[in-house]
Design a protein around this ligand. Structure first.
Ligand code: HEM
Length: 436
């Protein structure tokens, strides 16, 4: 049967309207006199979402590099048809994240509290609601509470050591990514939900299965309601589990390929164990200076959240310009771009913890190391994330020498679909048990 002319005409009209809409949307920055990157397709400056090769996080990094090459302080880009403002200059980044925070207190993540009460968590909330919740949740992460939770970290670390020890006997490649995910799942389960999850004894434990499923999708004194508690605990599970587990995994990957750094770190760990009567303590972890450098270098090269998001909530005049960003403008800061910028980190793909010695840190401008964000919305779990990462590394390296697994490549192929930076597939290492 012949297709009527009217159907053809409608299809052609829709395509033309769509093209006009894209063209109109992509003229946003030029109309405002903002330096911008020419969109390369209907997907703006992003990759074709139906054929992702490196992922959007690397598209943002590329935009950062392009604007930097042009010596711009900032620039406009397009996420599909949506205009995005990208600051490049660290002073402007500081203004957005900290100095002029009242203009940028939200992230612009759309959520519907009524239909999805679990979405009413810190990451999504804005304005007064966010401020109130932040004040209520902050006391969870004091150093006193941190010390109290430290025993849980050890309790969850011991089954991990037993498990790796068992695999060592069989001399097989071990999937460190899965092992570390079990460790962080058990910690979040214990600390946020008061549950003993047993991911090592039972790899199909409900909590671990839930973690895998998550991965697949991607007023002051008033007490918290049960819905609010549930939403924050849910966020801690999502934000705290994947970010820390990916950090530990990348760090072990680098240490397996950099035996000199691994040995130096083990030496420090063992000295501190000895000083504290052969035990791993909270104070001992805090004393490990080289450990701090190694973890920071990991977070530099592999920031688990490779971009920071903000939305402009009050019109904002960009300092030292006549340009005003209207309310509603989305802002993306590419911390992956900044942290691999040659100007701040020469030879950026080399893993070198020396970059984080006190002397070297002092040579860099502020706001060029942002793995936890900055300003009033900085990661609330920063200390907890660092603590669980360092505890796992200290326990593993005190007991095992780690080397790359069979056919494991140094250069990592990242999962292009994940908004958290992580390796596609397994991370295989070999472990050899060491004498105490
Ligand atoms: C290595 C581990 C971690 C990394 C790299 C990390 C990174 C980040 C980053 C980049 C942000 C956004 C900051 C910004 O927009 O300026 C953030 C926010 C947040 N993180 Fe983390 N995070 C880690 C661990 C954790 C843990 C363990 C928890 C909780 C148990 C946690 C809870 C949160 C929460 C609640 C927010 C939202 C804060 C707010 O909007 O007020 N994070 N994190």
């Amino acid at each position: 049967m012949a297709i009527p002319f009217a159907v053809y005409a409608t299809i052609i009209a829709i395509v033309i309207l769509l093209m006009l809409y894209v063209k109109y949307s992509h003229s946003y920055w030029s109309k405002r006199g903002v330096p911008y990157l020419e969109p390369t397709s209907i997907f703006g400056n992003m990759e074709n979402p139906f054929n992702l090769k490196v992922g959007h996080m690397f598209s943002f990094k590329r935009c950062y590099e392009e604007l930097k090459k042009r010596k711009e302080r900032f620039g406009g880009i397009y996420f599909f048809t949506e205009p995005i403002f990208m600051p490049i200059d660290p002073d402007l980044i500081k203004s957005i994240l900290t100095k002029d925070f009242p203009h940028f207190h939200g992230r612009g993540f759309v959520h519907n509290e009524k239909h999805d009460p679990l979405a009413a968590h810190l990451l999504n909330l804005e304005g007064e609601k966010w401020k109130t919740m932040r004040i209520k949740v902050t006391p969870t992460f004091t150093s006193g509470k941190m010390k109290y939770m430290f025993q849980t970290l050890l309790d969850c670390g011991n089954p991990m050591i037993d498990h790796v020890s068992h695999l060592c006997e069989k001399e097989q490649n071990i999937d460190i990514k899965e092992i570390v995910a079990c460790y962080t799942t058990d910690i979040i389960g214990s600390c946020a939900f008061g549950l003993e999850c047993n991911s090592f004894k039972d790899p199909n434990a409900e909590f671990r299965l839930y973690g895998r499923k998550e991965k697949a999708k991607a007023e002051g004194t008033e007490p918290l309601t049960i819905e609010e508690i549930a939403a924050q605990a849910f966020l801690f599970f999502v934000a705290g589990f994947e970010t820390s587990s990916t950090t530990i995994t990348f760090c072990l990957h680098e240490l397996a390929f950099n035996q000199d750094i691994q040995d130096k770190l083990r030496e420090e760990i063992r000295e501190v164990y000895q000083k504290h009567n052969g035990k791993l303590t909270y104070d001992g972890i805090m004393e490990m200076k080289y450990m701090d450098q190694v973890v920071n270098e990991t977070l530099r090269k592999y920031p688990p959240l490779p971009i920071l998001n903000r939305v402009c909530s009050i019109d904002y005049k960009i300092p030292d310009t006549n340009i005003t960003l209207p309310k509603g403008t989305k802002v993306v800061i590419s911390n992956l771009g900044i942290q691999t910028d040659e100007e701040y980190y020469p030879d950026p793909m080399t893993f070198s913890p020396e970059r984080f010695s006190e002397e070297n840190k002092a040579t860099r401008p502020n706001y060029t190391f942002l793995p936890f964000g900055e300003g009033p919305r900085v990661c609330i779990g920063l200390r907890f994330g660092m603590m669980q990462t360092k505890t796992a590394l200290a326990m593993l390296l005190n007991n095992f020498k780690l080397t790359p697994g069979d056919n494991e490549n140094y250069n990592i192929c990242f999962d292009p679909k994940s908004f958290i930076l992580q390796k596609k597939g397994k991370v295989l290492l070999k472990a050899e048990e060491l004498c105490a």
